[in-house]
Write a protein that binds this ligand. Structure first.
Ligand code: GUN
Length: 290
């Protein structure tokens, strides 16, 4: 039987609706309109598209959007000064510095200078620590979105065998922390894992986040498993054009899986929706709400 397709676009729209409702209720109860500041340094075309989409969706859910576009030759010191200004600005509840930064800027230094309570990416070491010890915190957006999609199919993840392929700080590791919090039995597989297909075949929930086009094959999938594909890879398509594919060989795996996310239209749309959700959470944390 063919897998259920998990519609990330529709589920992201539901998340945004909830965020818009939360914004309205914060305005009514505390006279507070959450604000998200995005810092873009340079001209990376993909980053420019992301930032434009973020700004549009921020406004759409009723929040304030602050965009800071700086030239590629901006000094590290100037970026750090801007982050300090945003840290101190009461109208700014969330700060996102778009990655990648130009090579002459130390990204780690910049990210670590963001006030952890405004760190809507959830990349600051303080927030990483809070996540692992189970405190209320800001959790990275892509894993949060992936977990929401998984829970649409398996609402109670207790005891589920989850395998995550990829151990990045942005997806793999926080995904493991989130699924552990849901009481999954979590395996993180990576480039040094022995017999990766066999490890994956043990997964009731498989999350692929490696950045290798269509690496996960049909015979890696346990029949009926839920497959969440975080990969977004641009590869040559037909007629000299390019196309987007995930880390999972979609068509063949969809014949075996119970449910699967498509690329595009799966995890991708969830990331910005969860960023908006994090901005509301950040505002609430700053005002001691909930
Ligand atoms: N560049 C691509 N994705 C992201 C993201 O989730 N956060 C940041 N800060 N930069 C990105």
């Amino acid at each position: 039987m063919a897998a259920q397709i998990i519609d990330g676009k529709a589920i992201a729209a539901e998340v945004r609706q909830q965020v818009a409702a939360d914004v309205k209720s914060l305005q009514a109860s505390h006279g507070l309109t959450p604000g998200l500041a995005v810092v873009l340094v340079g001209e990376d075309p993909a980053s420019k598209v992301y930032v434009k989409n973020k700004a549009a969706q921020t406004v759409e859910v009723g929040m304030q959007s602050f965009e800071h576009k700086l030239p590629a030759d901006t000094s590290e010191e100037d970026v750090l000064v801007l982050v300090q200004t945003l840290n101190a600005d009461k109208n700014v509840n969330g700060i996102l510095v778009q990655l990648p930064l130009p090579k002459h800027i130390n990204a780690e230094k910049v990210l670590n200078s963001i006030d952890p309570n405004k760190d809507v990416d959830g990349f600051h070491p303080t927030n990483v620590g809070r996540l692992w010890i189970g405190e209320r915190t800001l959790v990275p957006c892509t894993p949060t979105g992936s977990a929401i999609l998984a829970k649409k199919i398996i609402p109670n993840l207790k005891g589920v065998n989850a395998v995550i392929i990829g151990r990045s700080n942005i997806v793999g590791k926080p995904m493991a922390a989130l699924l552990l919090r849901e009481s999954c039995t979590v395996t993180i597989a990576h480039s040094q894992t022995k017999d990766l297909p066999a490890v994956c075949r043990g997964a009731d929930l498989l999350v692929a986040a490696v950045g290798r086009p269509e690496m996960v094959k049909r015979d890696w999938i346990k029949p009926g498993a839920v497959v969440i594909d975080v990969g977004i890879n641009r590869v040559p398509g037909e007629n000299g054009k390019t196309k987007l594919v995930g880390d999972v060989a979609y068509a063949e795996c969809a014949e075996v899986a119970g449910a699967i996310t498509p690329v595009p239209g799966g995890v991708g749309p969830m990331t910005i929706a969860c960023l908006l959700q994090n901005t509301v959470t950040a505002a609430k944390m700053q005002y001691g709400i909930e």
